[in-house]
Design a binder for this molecule. Structure first.
Ligand code: BEZ
Ligand code: FE
Length: 279
């Protein structure tokens, strides 16, 4: 039967065009996408002007993308989609370390440093010792796990955002655990910072009365053969943005202790990473 386009039959008109050889998964995803997209337009009775505004917004989002900037992922982050996709794909048993958003500032092949070394190369900020163990769900240490870490500097910028200002590899490093599964490194107590907000996503946040800030955090990418990769952060517990992270990355289990050790400017943050074996 021919499906001419009508308002009522819009979804069927579009989905009927898919050919028989389309894979079942592509069919499922596209049929659902069209169904929900049309339902959205119908529910809000989208005006022509609003549609043009949306197209213009997406065009600008694409135009600002470059090798260094991924505005579409930022859009996904502020809409909560990145965290939702991560949650759907990384359901873990209680006690296992939870994932959070990856973010755009990871750099592969950071220097491998000796246990206890510092990752802070610009000498700014309050020193913090990060320690803990990488263990499996039964509490057994995992030897040879890679703990890849990165954070902003004391002024709230990652090294890649300020290549002419910060030393290369500032506040980054990789550490390999020994037989006891332990890791230790020095960095700074991270500070809260705004996500890049000088593009269309920043304008959107502004129009919605939302701020662009992320609560202070240290990024961790923990990998070990045979275990599910952990992409996560630990958060500083007294941060004012903890309850309204611009990208919804905070989970209760990821709020880590940050304890004073000496004076006002030296800290210790203990945190264990609990990995789940791959199925
Ligand atoms: C980050 O934590 O580095 C980050 C995450 C999402 C968007 C922007 C930055
Ligand atoms: Fe970050």
């Amino acid at each position: 039967m021919t499906h001419y386009f009508t308002e009522e039959g819009s979804v069927e008109a579009v989905n009927a065009r898919m050919r028989g050889e389309v894979t079942p998964r592509l069919r499922e995803v596209m049929e659902s996408l069209v169904k929900h997209l049309h339902a959205f337009a119908k529910e809000v009775e989208l005006t022509q002007t609003e549609w043009e505004f949306g197209i213009d917004f997406l065009t600008k989002t694409g135009q600002i993308c470059s090798a260094e900037r991924q505005e579409f992922i930022l859009l996904s982050d502020v809409l909560g989609l990145s965290m939702l996709v991560d949650a759907i794909n990384n359901r873990r048993p209680a006690g296992a370390t939870e994932n959070t958003v990856f973010g755009p500032f990871h750099v592969e092949d950071a220097p491998i440093r000796a246990m206890g070394d510092t990752i802070c190369l610009d000498g700014k900020g309050e020193t913090c010792l990060f320690t803990g163990r990488v263990i499996d769900i039964h509490g057994e240490p995992i030897e040879g796990a890679c703990v890849d870490v990165w954070s902003d500097n004391a002024e709230g910028f990652y090294d890649v955002q300020q290549p002419d200002v910060q030393p290369k590899w500032n506040n980054r490093g990789r550490f390999y655990t020994g037989a006891d599964g332990a890791y230790a490194f020095r960095g700074i107590k991270p500070v809260s910072y705004p996500i890049p907000d000088d593009g269309p996503v920043g304008q959107m946040l502004d129009r919605l009365g939302r701020h662009p800030y992320r609560p202070a955090h240290m990024h961790f990418l923990v990998t070990s053969p045979g275990f599910q990769t952990i992409v996560t952060h630990t958060f500083v517990g007294d941060d004012p943005y903890l309850s309204d992270d611009a990208v919804f990355g905070v989970k209760q289990t990821l709020v880590a202790p940050f304890e004073h050790v000496r004076g006002d400017t030296e800290w210790h943050s203990p945190f264990d990473f609990v990995m789940v074996a791959k199925a």
